[in-house]
Design a protein around this ligand. Structure first.
Ligand code: KIV
Ligand code: ZN
Length: 389
């Protein structure tokens, strides 16, 4: 089984979300939590974008003498690479990350240059970065919309210039799983013949809700490294959600023939921290980290769960740091589910007809309130005993 490296870019791609700006202290707090989550590589920012970002990356790099590799983003120009180098050089394991587009729209419209000129710019950037540090990642921005032979020509050239990681971004979330899997498989096959030590990485955006699927299929087809953010935050519809991809692999390791080093018990705490500090709510039904991800409300599901957790629970809440699964009761939950939830508050000698009174009170409350949580049941039972005297 292959270990897949996880790069977290919450502090770079994630922080680009409007209104989600963090101060230095908040960035450090998140960085420390990402270390507890055991990410392999932490992308700390984009140092040439502002003095504040430069300082934050430098501070994180200075504090992380063990733990994850520290990286930061540079465009393929010397001044950006210098800014990255200056900000991460203190880290024990620094990595320079260079990005330059390979799609026709990037080459012709964004840069108004020829493909040859862009290729030369990329190769020169890698050579320059290599003169500063041994580890360099090259991202072929908008790879999924690029002409394949030009994309491959770029990959081969930057690897020959010394890039140690090649990242294939689906920058605008254009890819579909089957096609993206084939692309990764083709690149993987050719890359092995050029230099089998080079790490093949993917970076997927979620514009059509496929970021997790595209990332996982890429793993199956040979990617060695994935790039993600916590809660899937990021540009527009966001990035692949780290928690979804990590749990996906943990659940079906034999399918992907892969695993990650993520400490999944830290997932919920990390999700809450990022959401609170960035002021970005997590969608209630969001996979793995949403408030309802482990709340079972349908009566037949609750009944099944009480008999065997496996009947409706494929992820154990405690494995991702959720204290306990929450049964949200409704009027349709049934006697069995109500009794299981109320038993902890009920006195031992409750007769069957007394339970029926309690259950009737529950149905009345459930009709009025629709959703009944554990604290409602506590109040209900208390109320019952107070009335009974
Ligand atoms: O989406 C993208 O292409 C990026 C690159 C910098 C990897 O964020
Ligand atoms: Zn991105």
């Amino acid at each position: 089984m292959r270990k897949i490296l996880v790069l977290d870019t919450t502090l770079r791609d994630g922080e680009q979300v409007p209104g989600a700006k963090l101060n230095l202290h908040e960035k450090l707090t998140i960085a420390h939590q990402l270390r507890r989550l055991n990410v392999d590589i932490l992308e700390a920012g984009f140092p040439s974008s502002s003095k504040g970002d430069f300082e934050a990356v430098k501070r994180i790099a200075g504090e992380f003498q063990d733990g994850p590799v520290i990286t930061a983003l540079a465009r393929a120009v010397q001044s950006d690479i210098d800014a990255v180098y200056e900000s991460i050089r203190q880290a024990q394991r620094p990595l320079i990350h260079i990005v330059l587009g390979t799609s026709n729209v990037h080459v012709e419209k964004k840069f108004n240059k020829s493909k040859e000129a862009i290729l030369e710019m990329g190769v020169n950037a890698v050579r320059y970065a290599k003169s500063l540090l041994p580890d360099v990642q090259y991202s072929t921005e908008d790879a999924s919309r690029s002409d394949f032979e030009y994309l491959w020509q770029t990959i081969e050239a930057v690897v020959k210039a010394g890039a140690t990681m090649v990242n294939i971004p689906d920058t605008v979330g254009y890819a579909v799983p089957e096609e993206f899997g084939e692309l990764i498989s083709k690149i993987n096959y050719r890359l092995k013949n050029v230099n089998d030590k080079v790490i093949l990485s993917v970076h997927c955006h979620n514009d059509t809700g496929l970021a997790t699927a595209n990332t996982l299929i890429a793993v199956k087809y040979g990617a060695d490294k994935i790039e993600c953010t916590i809660n899937g935050i990021g540009e527009r519809a966001g990035n692949a959600a780290l928690e979804e991809v990590a749990v996906g692999m943990k659940l079906r390791p034999e399918y992907y023939n892969a695993y990650t080093g993520i400490t999944t018990k830290e997932i919920k705490a990390t999700s809450k921290l990022v959401s609170n500090l960035m002021g970005l709510d997590v969608q209630v039904n969001k996979a793995v980290t949403g408030e309802n991800a482990f709340a079972h409300s349908a009566g037949i599901h609750q009944d099944g769960l009480l008999k065997s957790r496996e009947s409706y629970e494929i992820i154990r809440p405690e494995d991702v740091g959720v204290e306990e699964m929450e049964l949200v009761l409704t009027a349709r939950s049934g006697r069995h589910a109500f009794k299981a939830a109320a038993v902890q508050f009920i006195q031992e000698n409750l007769a069957d007809d007394e339970f029926e009174v309690l259950f009737a009170m529950f149905l009345e409350l459930a009709d009025a309130k629709k959703e009944i949580y554990i604290h409602d049941i506590y109040c209900l039972v208390n109320d019952y005993y107070t009335k009974k005297g």
